[in-house]
Design a protein around this ligand. Structure first.
Ligand code: HEC
Length: 122
């Protein structure tokens, strides 16, 4: 780890650096993974989502969330703001009205790959 000396006072790096490092590592894994592995991971993500998320989110259909309803996963995938990174960050933080579902980093990665895979039509 290179020592970065903060010149303008202490910066809140303590929390940011480990997260950034983890995300960078995940991005590298993603870039290096063969397509077959990616497809398998997306399938694992679909299984996790079917287990934990379908109480609120639909797996199919384009319904957007309205009146406190959760958007379907294809609808989430179609939003231009949705990337593997955005889903990962979303699932690592707590967002009302979603309950705090505790997924492991591997599960979060699989779910993010699954959602982004819907962008390309599955
Ligand atoms: C109790 C209901 C509920 C459950 C269970 C739930 N969600 Fe959600 N989720 C919501 C609602 C409602 C929203 C919309 C929040 C908003 O628009 O502010 C949302 C939003 C999202 C978004 C963000 C969409 C955006 O606007 O960027 C993602 C991604 C997401 N959920 C993924 C999941 C995943 C993955 C699971 C399972 C691990 C899950 N949710 C479980 C209710 C739920």
């Amino acid at each position: 780890m290179t020592a970065v000396s903060p010149r303008r006072g202490p910066a809140p790096r303590g929390r940011f650096l480990p997260v950034a490092a983890a995300l960078a590592a995940m991005a590298l894994c993603w870039l290096g993974a063969p397509a077959a592995v990616q497809a398998q991971t997306a399938r694992q993500g679909r299984a996790i989502v079917a287990r934990d998320c379908t109480g609120c989110h639909a797996l199919t259909g384009d319904r957007m969330g309205a009146g406190g309803r959760a958007p379907s996963f294809p609808a989430i995938a179609r939003m231009s703001s949705t990337t593997e990174l955005s889903v990962t960050v979303f699932l690592r933080t707590s967002h009302a009205p979603m309950p705090n579902i505790m997924l492991s980093p591997e599960e979060i990665s699989a779910v993010a790959k699954y959602i982004v895979s819907l962008k390309r039509g599955g």
